[in-house]
Design a protein around this ligand. Structure first.
Ligand SMILES: [Zn+2]
Length: 82
């Protein structure tokens, strides 16, 4: 095991990994870090998707009944012409 030189310099496992150290400690730290980053990203994506889902029905609700009727009539007319 001659790959722990980085640790002698007081580097964290992650920093040591980026400097090229591939000992068990560093690779484990890197894997854990990547998994954590992925999980965080997934959480962010989930939160974004939730936000979109939440705002969509709200947008639909902002359409008033008269507006909705007008919209329906227009689509009906279009359908008749086709
Ligand atoms: Zn290392």
């Amino acid at each position: 095991m001659g790959t722990t030189i980085c640790h002698d310099k007081g580097l964290s496992a992650l920093s040591a990994y980026t400097k090229g150290c591939r000992c068990d400690i560093c690779t484990t730290a890197k894997i854990k870090y990547e998994a954590m980053r992925k999980a965080k990203k997934n959480e962010e994506e989930k939160a974004k998707r939730k936000l979109v889902k939440k705002t969509r029905p709200l947008d639909h609700d902002t359409m008033t009944i008269s507006e909705y009727k007008k919209h329906r009539e227009e689509t009906e007319v279009k359908r008749q012409f086709n």
